[in-house]
Design a protein around this ligand. Structure first.
Ligand code: NAP
Length: 318
């Protein structure tokens, strides 16, 4: 692998995001703005963050070759969050003190750091990013919660909601709705193992029962995402009148679900908030500083398009 594939600054710390395809990643835009703000504050600061498009047949080797790449670490996005878990030397453990350090429960990794010894340490920042969105919206009193979907994002949401270490009162009643019931059952059990007292698993035909009286509805399916099928909006009038509706989809920013929630007078929480919340600890891990407050990340990403075409991962593995 060619070292430092994307920079003219040999002293710069280089990080990036790995996925396939990489057409829609906004992470380089966000990290790039934070890097620029750090440099404005301290001209000796050097950092680079790039998108890397890695073909599925190269993914595992690409992660294994990270210590030789010159990169300080990478974020991992679709479809590699589970693959990445397999190649790690260790998973960051913060015990029960913080919602970070729960990658094993979530079953996925979205942050890999290369240690000075050349080991790969993984973490999952999606759960903390999800919580950040709740904080931003002031939705800190969690009653019964409905999770639509049972993929990787739903796992992070289930851990975040049910865990006491999230910093919010944990959600004791978690209801999962998914097309595939077995997967809904798995997420419901995960929520229970993290601290929820009552859990149910439902198919879409039982969505109405799940929504009844709930104070939080989370869309963790890929439905409603640009290029995906639309989400059939459930009957939001079944929710509690002070409920919040959180759509993890962030392209478009204002989804049909969020529009419906606003029409109903409910609190609407955008997926962008989670995106920004999960990026913050990554930036800190890669560049050793907190992202500067001077960057208005929401405004930046509101109309952002992916900045540069992704670089091909410079895999030079025999
Ligand atoms: P995933 O693992 O592929 O899961 C997709 C989920 O959507 C599954 O529950 C799947 O149901 C359901 N689904 C897909 N097509 C469907 C259809 N036609 N009808 C009914 N259900 C359908 O994806 P993921 O990684 O969890 O991501 C889910 C969404 O969250 C994506 O839009 C992603 O962009 C977003 N996300 C956002 C953030 C953020 O920072 N805002 C972070 C992570 C993810 P089955 O189980 O039945 O297949």
């Amino acid at each position: 692998m060619t070292p430092n594939p994307s920079t003219n600054h040999p002293a710069a710390r280089v990080a990036g995001v790995v996925g396939w395809p990489m057409a829609h990643s906004l992470s380089p835009t966000l990290h790039g703005a934070w890097i620029k703000a750090c440099r404005d504050r301290d001209p000796s600061f050097e950092g680079v963050y790039r998108a890397f498009a890695v073909r599925p047949e190269h993914a595992e080797n690409a992660f294994r070759s990270l210590p030789d790449s010159g990169l300080v670490g990478v974020n991992v996005t679709v479809p590699y969050k589970e693959v990445a878990l397999r190649v790690l030397n260790e998973i960051a453990q913060t015990g029960k003190a913080h919602i970070l350090g729960r990658a094993r429960d979530i079953g996925a990794v979205n942050l890999i750091r290369v240690t000075p010894e050349g080991h790969l340490t993984g973490d999952n920042t999606d759960a903390v990013g999800f919580i950040e969105g709740l904080y931003q919206a002031g939705a800190d009193d969690l009653g019964p919660a409905v999770i639509l979907g049972a993929g990787g994002a739903a796992r992070a949401v289930a851990v975040a909601l049910a865990s006491r270490e999230s910093g919010l009162p944990n959600c004791e009643d978690v209801r999962v709705v998914n097309r595939t019931l077995d997967k809904a059952t798995e997420i419901a059990q995960l929520a229970k193992s993290c601290g929820a007292k009552t859990v149910t698993a439902n198919t879409w035909s039982d969505a109405g029962r799940a929504l009844e009286g709930a104070r939080l509805l989370v869309n963790a399916t890929s439905l409603g995402m640009h290029g995906s099928a639309p989400l059939a909006i459930p009957d939001l009038s079944l929710l509690a009148p002070d409920a919040a509706v959180y759509d993890l989809v962030y392209v478009p920013r204002e989804t049909e679900l969020l529009k419906a929630a606003r029409r109903q007078g409910l609190t609407a929480i955008e997926g962008l908030d989670m995106l920004i919340g999960q990026a913050r600890p990554s930036f800190e891990a890669f560049f050793g500083v907190t992202p500067p407050d001077s960057v208005d990340a929401r405004a930046l990403l509101a109309d952002a398009r992916p900045a540069n075409p992704p670089a091909d991962w410079p895999v030079a593995i025999p």
